[in-house]
Design a protein around this ligand. Structure first.
Ligand SMILES: [Zn+2]
Length: 469
């Protein structure tokens, strides 16, 4: 993600809905200790976001069938989630907020459920045993509302617009439009079946698996993302769009879409996105996904998000630097995904550094010049007091995570030399392709490839609240 011009929209408080329960009986008396061991945790174990994600299972696939009417802003959804239990489960949680749950089945049998805040607790008719696969199907409907309960995070999730919806969910906004294990530590593949009024275009991740079909004034689009994806990168961006499709020079399918208001930017968005995807493949290693592109919608989010295969630009025509940033995330953030939010610099530091590399590649300002300019900032600059190696939940997108994160990589490049540095970037994306990563793993790999003790460098750049020498 990247802010277009800094600053976030003023946000309002969100009232949390607590829905009624069709049956939330306590576990049978006398078995409570055993029962507790068979309850999936309400969080996946990220101390900075304790209620995000859930324990006890691992999602393999989301099949999302969504109907949306922009006129009355109503969504009807059926989410079919295939998962593997990592423990016995008499009940487990999904993250879900706002919308009305009409019914839930587990392996085809009706399940009872209850809701509290953003937690949807599902109690299957029969215990799910550890290591078994199960399928939970949630039918739901209502008027989605975006998350906007934090001044730090702004407005995100499913955001209704006049002609459709702008869907950008970092860090935990997927729960505003589908039930999920809503944390990047649990990645899964996705199928989307999206039905909208004829004339509205539905754009989701991955590739279209069938031509859109229109019946009774409604058009159904089918998209599929076959590579693992973090929930926050899932999108169903809806509205009136001008499209341009083709292939990059190296043969990667590409799609650019712009709201009619940004029609003049369509060709530039298409051309730059294709060119930059191809260039990054020569720098970072093979492109990890089956298509690339970008979407400009007219919702003035003031930020862009690197939605997998289709970065989304909210209300502005992106310049090359922002496109370079969002497409670099396809490697750093999307293919390689952080396991805990505190390691966000592994996304944003890398994508920021990519902006500097792009400028260097184009014969403009070098990364070295950008680094030197930033390093010359006075000792009182807030960036030095904020070490980027531990992003804070109440300040997740602090500029230091971006800028000082990028500087960390340049300091590393100078310490180990260009050859080892760029070998490291490619080894990093290849060894952890489609996986989850931590800062410790990056430091280990950098030390292994360079043969150097890099702890002092990373400690100074990532963890000390002062300007590194
Ligand atoms: Zn970013």
């Amino acid at each position: 993600m990247r802010f277009a011009r800094g600053g976030l929209a003023v946000v309002a408080a969100l009232t949390t809905l607590v829905a009624c329960s069709p049956g939330d009986e306590p576990p049978p008396a006398g078995n409570s200790v055993i029962a507790e061991e068979r309850v999936g945790a309400a969080g996946i174990g990220d101390p900075d976001f304790p209620n995000d994600g859930n324990g006890g299972y691992d999602v393999a696939h989301y099949d999302l069938a969504v109907g949306y009417s922009p006129a009355d802003k109503r969504l009807d959804g059926v989410a079919t989630i295939r998962a593997a239990a990592t423990q016995d489960l008499i009940r487990f949680n999904l993250d879900f907020t706002g919308l009305h749950v009409r019914g839930i089945t587990v392996d085809g049998a009706p399940a009872t459920f209850s809701r509290q805040g953003d937690e949807l607790t599902v109690r299957p008719a029969k215990m799910i045993t550890a290591r078994s696969d199960f399928t939970v199907k949630v039918t739901y409907s209502g008027r989605p509302r975006p998350a906007n309960d934090s001044a730090n995070l702004g407005t995100y999730g499913f955001i209704p617009t006049s002609d459709g919806a702008f869907v950008a969910s970092e860090p935990n906004g997927s729960k505003t439009w589908f039930p999920a294990n809503d944390h990047p530590a649990d990645k899964a593949t996705f199928d989307f079946t999206i039905t909208v009024p004829a004339g509205v275009t539905a754009l989701a991740n991955g590739e279209m698996t069938a031509e859109p079909t229109t019946k009774g004034g409604k058009t159904t689009y089918r998209w599929s993302e076959r590579h693992p994806m973090a929930t926050y990168l899932a999108t169903a961006t809806l509205g009136k769009f001008e499209l341009r499709q083709g292939k990059t020079a190296s043969g990667i399918p590409a799609l650019a879409a712009t709201d009619p208001r940004f029609k003049r930017s369509l060709d530039a968005l298409y051309t730059r996105s294709a060119e930059i995807t191809d260039y990054w493949a020569t720098v970072f290693g093979p492109y990890p996904f089956s298509s690339t592109g970008g979407i400009v919608d007219d919702y003035s989010a003031g930020y862009a998000l690197e939605n997998q295969t289709k970065p989304l630009y909210g209300g502005f025509a992106p310049d090359e630097a922002i496109i370079a940033h969002e497409l670099a995330h396809q490697w750093f953030g999307n293919s390689l995904t952080i396991k805990r939010w505190k390691d966000l610099w592994l996304n944003e530091g890398f994508a920021t550094y990519a902006e500097w590399l792009w400028s260097e590649h184009k014969g403009k300002k070098t990364a070295e010049a950008t680094f030197n300019e930033l390093h010359a900032r006075p000792a009182s600059d807030p960036m030095w007091a904020y070490p980027p190696g531990r992003a804070k939940p109440d300040d997740l997108f602090n500029q230091s995570v971006y800028t000082r994160g990028g500087m960390t990589l340049h300091a590393l490049r100078k310490a180990i030399g260009d050859e080892t540095f760029f070998t490291l970037l490619r080894a990093w994306t290849s060894e952890h392709r489609y996986g989850n990563v931590t800062t410790e793993q990056f430091i280990d790999l950098a030390e292994r490839l360079s043969g150097k003790d890099l702890d002092p460098l990373f400690d100074a750049w990532l963890f000390r609240p002062e300007r590194p020498a």
